[in-house]
Design a protein around this ligand. Structure first.
Ligand code: NAP
Length: 310
């Protein structure tokens, strides 16, 4: 008997994923029938992207798990028709990509690269940047991605602090947690990186009040989710000089509407949600490993806690 795995993502993703998923299943000795459609009651697992047309899980009466292709689960976690376990994507390729993207933007701000890249006056003003060991970087959200980013920044010598929901001691990183820890975390954030999930508790984490806690002239990098930032508060903080520059990869509405002030603000760099795409080859191995685990009665990896929303 084969295991029926439904691929419920926008159809254009099928060609990219299908060979990798089939290879990953067969490498683990799984006899899988992977398809874009089955009679719902015959489906065993659902490989899922929240922008898929599938929104009603009710008919999938025998499905054992939904395996999300994205790290963020805000588009599915509150779906009342979903009664089976939900695993989110933790993909080594995506993690590497996030570390590289964030490190690039941290180094840009740390070294003051813009000064020389955009220099229409041909001004020759030597400016010696501090060493990484003299620069404090703070990461809000110290999960899979936050920790991977922190590891690279620590290796480069930065003074790294982090903030998580629960207490989490980590080597070489000054950790803060919970509501009370945020103030401390922000007060040392010369470069602030937001890598929190989008949940009820994380909306507007960076707002007028919390932005005022940052060191004057801080840099903000947001590859987490658009809802983490109150857009107007960020624009105000840029105007007051509290925040010097921001790089934003994620937005409340995507694509970012053409008339949004972020597009034209020279202090804001907009990137089109490209910090860390799920990589088909490595993500397929994670999906296959989870199917195997479920088949042999092992707990799923990266299980989402529906109560906390991530
Ligand atoms: P994760 O492993 O679940 O980590 C989330 C972190 O946020 C954890 O450290 C968690 O604390 C912390 N957190 C959650 N709620 C909090 C709260 N209320 N207060 C303080 N800390 C809180 O997630 P991940 O894999 O690192 O991914 C993080 C996010 O990155 C995703 O949800 C997604 O939105 C975003 N993302 C963006 C891209 C992109 O291309 N731009 C790509 C992938 C992911 P605990 O450790 O205490 O649980």
């Amino acid at each position: 008997m084969s295991i029926n795995v439904l691929f419920a993502a926008p159809p254009e993703r099928w060609e990219a994923y299908q060979p990798h998923l089939n290879r990953a299943f067969s490498q683990l000795g799984l006899n899988v029938d992977l398809a874009l459609s089955f009679p719902p009651e015959d489906v065993d697992y659902i490989v899922y992207a929240p922008n898929s047309p599938l929104q009603d899980f009710g008919p999938y009466t025998h499905a054992k798990a939904v395996l999300n292709l994205w790290a963020g689960v805000e588009g599915i976690v509150n779906n009342a028709t979903l009664k089976i376990p939900l695993a989110r994507m933790v993909d080594p390729g995506m993690t590497k990509s996030m570390s590289e993207w964030v490190t690039g933007h941290v180094l840009r701000y740390h070294l003051g690269m813009d000064r020389h890249i955009v220099n229409p006056d041909q001004s020759w003003v030597p400016h010696t940047p501090p060493l990484a060991s003299e620069r404090s970087v703070c990461i809000l959200g110290m999960g899979e991605l936050g920790q991977a980013v922190a590891e690279v920044l620590v290796t480069l010598g930065f003074k790294v602090s982090g903030w998580s929901r629960r207490e989490k001691p980590l080597l070489n990183i000054t950790m803060h947690h919970g509501g009370a820890g945020l103030e401390n975390a922000l007060s040392h954030a010369e470069i602030l990186i937001l890598l929190l999930p989008d949940t009820a508790a994380t909306k507007n984490t960076l707002n007028a009040q919390t932005a005022s806690l940052l060191p004057k002239g801080a840099f903000v990098i947001n590859p987490g989710r658009g809802t983490l930032i109150d857009d107007q508060a960020l624009l105000d903080a840029l105007d007051s000089g509290q925040v010097a520059q921001a790089t934003l990869d994620v937005f409340r509405v995507e694509p970012l509407p053409q008339d949004h002030p972020f597009w034209t603000d020279p202090r804001v760099t907009v990137t089109p949600h490209i910090a860390a795409e799920t990589r088909e080859a490595t993500a397929s191995e994670v999906i296959a490993a989870n199917v195997l685990r479920c088949e042999i009665g092992e707990p799923l990896l990266h299980l989402v806690d529906r109560d906390s929303g991530y």
